[in-house]
Design a protein around this ligand. Sequence first.
Ligand code: PLP
Length: 389
Amino acid sequence: MYESLNFELDQLKQKNLYRNLKKIDQREGPRIKIKNRWLIDFSSNDYLGLSQNTLISQSIIDGLKKYGNGACASHLISGHFCVHDELEKISAKNIGLEKSLYFTSGYLANLSLMTSIAQKDHHIFMDRLNHASLNQGALYSKAKFSRFRHLDYKQLESLLKKKSALTRWIVTDGVFSMDGDMAYIPELLRLCKKYDAYLYIDDAHGFGLLGSSGQGIIEHFLEKKLIAKEDLKRVIYLYTLGKSAGVSGALLNGKREIIDFMIQKAKPYIYSTATSPAIIEGLITSLKIIKKTPELRNKLNELIFFFRATFKHKERMKNSNTAIQPIIIGSEKEVLEISSILEQEGFFVPAIRPPTVEAGLSRLRVSISAIHNESEIAKLINVLNKVLT
Ligand SMILES: Cc1ncc(COP(=O)(O)O)c(C=O)c1O
């Protein structure tokens, strides 16, 4: 076995697809320390800078004093504390759906949903650029599964016409994790109504950023009056908490039946130790900050605008107005070289390669955070404009 593993590892190295773990010594504001050098970090999903928020840290510290370090059991045994319940109630109320369930990670939430709710006589329709955890969940589920071209809702409709099933699911990222563009939820809901389907939105990268109180892509389209509250009965909405909320975990929101069924049947949820209640205290504080601090979103949007306006090589950009700003390079080798030049110049911008993105579309994934300032972005742009041709 070791021989065949080594063979595959060597192949990855030859193709510039081998991945190394970067060891981070320390993080402070928008900077990370790697091998004793401070770099300005453009790699994290800490879009609002809340991973560094001291009010959240204080809530976690208070929680540690109150509960100790861990939850010590799974939710259905004795790991489900009142704070888990409180966080879920806050989430359901904020999002405007009936019930909510906390998971230790977004990946686990996606596997849990797909493997418990999606049954043999169901059909899942997925955007081609959906996150790996959604693809994996669909593959592990008993349901049939088709993919449509990215944001091509005409192709989706023709698939919906062809594939009949007892229950049909349209599954999409809200904001796409490697492209930064957005699903157009009004059209997806129109298709759901027409074809009696359900809509599952994974808004890992939209929550905290979109909508006037940061409640994500649903709030965004409700405020634009492009969708209506009564349409939400067809929606299941997930957001992760390791990104804008700056801590970790995920909250899945939907009709009572969905959540109650998952508590009974979702194996990754049932057979996993609950997250420490101290962390949950931190998350409750984080959700309050997200809701009440539009200034963070305003600042982030100004920085995104500044980045897009000053970056010269427009043909390399994607149609993204979110914090994820990909710069398309093409080859794996070249993207690694540019990422390494940026590192020498004091910036950490990760090289994203297949299988995360399609071959030939390797890219730098610049993520902008409200914790950056304009001069840090100007310095990065200056180097990028020079290095790229
Ligand atoms: C769209 C999307 N969904 C789910 C996940 C997984 O979430 P987590 O990191 O909480 O496991 C990610 C991770 O980056 C993601 O981009």
